[in-house]
Each structure stands twice: as C-alpha cells, then as structure tokens.
Design a protein around this ligand. Structure first.
Ligand SMILES: Nc1ncnc2c1ncn2[C@@H]1O[C@H](COP(=O)(O)OP(=O)(O)O)[C@@H](O)[C@H]1O
Ligand SMILES: CCCC(=O)OP(=O)(O)O
Length: 375
C-alpha cells in the first residue's frame, strides 16, 4: 500500500489530504481570511505558517512523515512547462525561492514537499503546476511586441475536471472541446481544444474577470496614472491587482459565503458587485467560446465558487447557456488528481518528467516565437 500526502495551498485556503492507494483517508480544507494572511508582507513569508498547518494535519492522524510513500503538491510559478508529473528538484526550489516568475501560494506547497523529502528521503512530486503552457502562439500576442500573454492558471483542476467530463460522456479528453471556468480565490477561464489548453486568461495578472481577491483586467490608462501619482508604492500597486482586488476591494471580504449572507440581509451594493463578477465571468466564457469557433461540447464551472448555486451559478448560466450545456463541478478534483498521479509514478506506470529538460525545451520553442514577434 502506498500512502500519499497531498499539499495544495491556494490564495485563500490550504487543502490537504492523505490517500492510501486510491482511497482518500483524510481531507481538510483550511480557509484563510485576508486578515489572517494580511500580516505577511510576501507570500514566501507565509511558509512557516502554512508548513505548521501541514505538520499539525499529519500529526493529528498519528502517522509519521517517514511513513509516507510520496509528498505531492500543486506546483507553483516555475518556468513554463508542459503538463504532467515532475520530480521536485533543487532547480525548482531555487526558481521558487527567488520568485523570479512571481509569487503565489502554490510556490509554498512545493517548498514544503521538498523540505519533507529532505527530512525523510521520501520523494516529492509536483503535478500540472500553474505554469503549464500549451497556448497557441497566436494567443500569446498581446497587442504590443514588448508584452507577451502568459499561461498561468489552475492547470491541475482544469485538466482533472475536463478529463472527468470526458469520462462521463464516454469520450477521450483529446476528442473534446470545452470551456472550463475555475472559480476560486483566483479565476481562470480556458479553451480546451482536443486535450490542449490553447488559450486562457493569466489568473495572476490584470487579465480576466475580477475575482474574490484579484482585480482582473483594469482600465490601463487609469492604472498608469495611479502608478505615477506618488500615492502608492510598487508593492501596494501590485497588491491592488492580486490580493486586495476584486471582492476584497469592493466588499472587504474574499469569502463568497459572507457576500451571500449580506445579499440575503438586503445589501444591494454587495449584490451589485457580486452580479458584476458573474457578468465578467460570463463575458470571458464567451471569449473562449469564440476561440473554439463556437464548437463547444460543454461549459464547465468549477472551483470553490461553483458551490454557490443560489446566485453566482445561475447568473453565469443565464448568459452562457446558449453556447453549450453548462456542467457544475463544485470544489476541485485537485487532491484526487495529485494522489492518482503520484500513485502512477510509485507503481511504475508513469515516469516523472525532468523539470530542467522540459523547461529548456519549452524555452527554445518560445525563443523562436519571440524572434518572430520582435524582429
Ligand atoms: N460552500 C460554499 N459556498 C459558497 N462559496 C464557497 C463555498 N466554499 C468555498 N466558497 C468560496 O470559494 C472561494 C474559494 O475557492 P477555492 O477554490 O477554495 O479557492 P482557492 O483554492 O483559490 O483558495 C471563496 O470565495 C469561498 O468563499
Ligand atoms: C496562479 C493561478 C492559480 C490560482 O490563482 O490559484 P488560487 O485561485 O488557488 O489562488
């Protein structure tokens, strides 16, 4: 029997689970309020806080870390790579600690898994990190040669849910066209064409709908004016885009359950803001349907916000159901996807990919794209 610990830190939560072979024996979702995380200047500063949660979770089960067969984490802001299972290595940790590609809570999961691995000799893996990039070169073009669109999204859950839909209708993922909207602390809306995510908003930038804690696409000239107003530091401006944007900026909370409570108490402002978020999500689904030339088998709503079926899901559905049938998969399949991926490796059914090799290969292809753009 293989025992696997999955570590999945999100912007507003830390999700942990233990699997014994295919069986989930324990799962817990720790929610973090903006106040709880607000005391940390940088995401990397949350490392000890998040690690303590993981250690306590394991201790409560009575298992020792060395009794595990693998530690597996949703991956962070590594260099872009294709999807798959990767062995955590020193280069990954260097990349994440330097934060050269930016900061996100998922960076911490990899570092924690690596620490546990160093402590016990048990291998650590990363599956479908947020930098999975299968975008068509066409979709990278931003509107100015100095800026390239990037693929940063909830690759793990997007792929896991898309494959689940394919199984449901007895087809292969590689045969289907889907628009998947993962709606959590961040939101990514992707066009899956025949098993590849050919376009997606960058969930960690001013790109996409606003979210519980992110601003999404903002009016650029106003943003530039504010940057040069002298009123805000560089860090404060960045925090307005990711962390303190969206519902947090408008309503002071990233918790949709709290927003729903306020709406039910008659708070018209909360209702208007929440409805605007649904409206923007629907618009992005429409964009991705256009990417797929309208040939969409299903629209899939997933992530923590997909639990909210009283307001959000109906408000989105009423605007997009003319495109394709809408399926709702609340929460995420991430824990299962992490554990089953590690299990395939442990059983020798799949070979883990090498990060240095895959990222170098990706870079070579990207450089030839850049040559074309910047010539
Ligand atoms: N049962 C629920 N009903 C309504 N909203 C929920 C529910 N569970 C989670 N959410 C909302 O989903 C969002 C977090 O989604 P989640 O996918 O867990 O985020 P992340 O992994 O990005 O931290 C929060 O706004 C939270 O309030
Ligand atoms: C970095 C893209 C993934 C993401 O935004 O995750 P959360 O919604 O969990 O913060």
């Amino acid at each position: 029997m293989f025992r696997i610990l999955t570590i999945n830190p999100g912007s507003t939560s830390t999700k942990l689970s233990i699997f014994e072979d295919e069986r989930m024996v324990k799962m817990q979702n720790f929610s973090h309020s903006p106040d709880e995380l607000g005391r940390f200047q940088r995401i990397l500063d949350q490392l000890e806080f998040r690690e303590k949660i993981v250690r306590q979770f394991v201790e409560e089960t009575g298992y020792s870390l060395s009794s595990f067969s693998a530690f597996v984490s949703r991956g962070g802001l590594l260099d872009p790579i294709p999807g798959g299972v990767y062995l955590v290595d020193d280069l990954m940790i260097e990349t994440l600690k330097s934060a050269k590609n930016g900061e996100h809570a998922s960076n911490l999961g990899v570092i924690i898994a690596h620490r546990f691995s160093a402590e016990t000799g048990v291998p650590a893996y990363v599956v479908d990190p947020v930098v999975v990039d299968e975008m068509e070169d066409f979709a990278r073009v931003s509107g100015h040669p100095n800026y390239q669109r990037k693929s940063i999204f909830h690759a793990l859950n997007q792929k896991a849910v898309a494959k689940e839909v394919a199984r449901m209708v007895n087809k292969r993922y590689e045969e289907m066209n889907l628009v998947v909207a993962h709606m959590g602390g961040g939101i990514s809306i992707a066009a899956h064409r025949k098993g590849r995510v050919i376009d997606v908003n960058n969930a960690l930038d001013g790109d996409g709908p606003f979210t519980p804690e992110r601003s999404g696409t903002l009016p650029l000239t106003q943003l530039v004016d504010l940057c040069f107003s002298g009123k805000f530091t560089y860090e404060e401006m960045k925090k307005r885009i990711v962390g303190n944007g969206g519902l947090v900026a408008y309503l002071g909370t990233s918790d949709a359950r709290e927003v729903v409570r306020r709406i039910k108490q008659g708070d018209e402002w909360a209702k208007r803001v929440y409805r605007a978020m649904a409206y923007q999500i629907a618009k992005w689904i429409g964009k991705m349907a256009a990417v797929l030339k309208g040939e969409v088998d299903f629209i899939v709503l997933t992530g923590g916000l997909a639990h909210e079926k009283e307001f959000l899901v109906p408000w989105i559905t009423e605007r997009v159901s003319f495109i394709a049938p809408v399926l709702v998969f609340p929460g995420s399949n991430e824990e299962k996807a992490l554990a089953l991926s590690a299990l395939r490796v442990l059983r020798g059914e799949e070979k883990p990919k090498n990060y240095s090799e895959e990222s170098r290969r990706w870079r070579e292809r990207y450089d030839s794209y850049l040559d074309g753009i910047l010539r």
